[in-house]
Design a binder for this molecule. Sequence first.
Ligand code: CA
Length: 230
Amino acid sequence: MNRGRILVVEDEKQISDIVKAYLEKDGFVVTVAQTGRLAVSLLKERFDLIVLDLMLPDMDGEDICRTVRADSDVPIIMLTAKSDEEDRIKGLGIGADDYVVKPFSPRELAARVKALLRRAKGTKQSVSFNKGDLVIDSFRFEIRRNGSPVVLTPTEFKLLQCLAEHPEQVFSRLQLVNVILGYDFEGYDRTIDAHIKNIRHKIEEDPKNPSYIKTVYGIGYRFIGRPDED
Ligand code: CA
């Protein structure tokens, strides 16, 4: 089974080995480039997604990203080491589709790779999880649980959609406030708990033992539903 070709640009062998092993286990064909120069020379080949470390010994990851974007819209996930690099990626709009902050779990990265490939396909506006148990239809703004429609408020829908688009990624309450309101508003973050509680009552078999939205104590929430394969 070949689910797609992935180019991993990463100079730290320890990291690239783990990433490669994980993605290969999921059925991807993985090519690793340990230098920016090698990565650029490999761009002639066709890849379905690129995992790109921002800090490389010979070239700046940002420059590689721009080089790729000059003639390709292949999905790119940036690997960054520091939170100020996060800001650089957000601020510069250098064309990365997503980013993961080191240290990251290979499982999280693999989940993000799959989510990004699904988004990149574009035509598929509805995604299902846990063997068809939960369907999120972003085209019709509908949720179906076990085949039956579930009515979510627009805010609840937005929250669920955001979490489900980034499986395994932990979102703080403040980040989720930002998803809803478009800006940070400290006084609002506790209402996130109320929204999540409502969503759980609508989509979880057992809201106290959730199979979709898990609480990350002291931080926020993450989506743990398993996306169904195509
Ligand atoms: Ca590096």
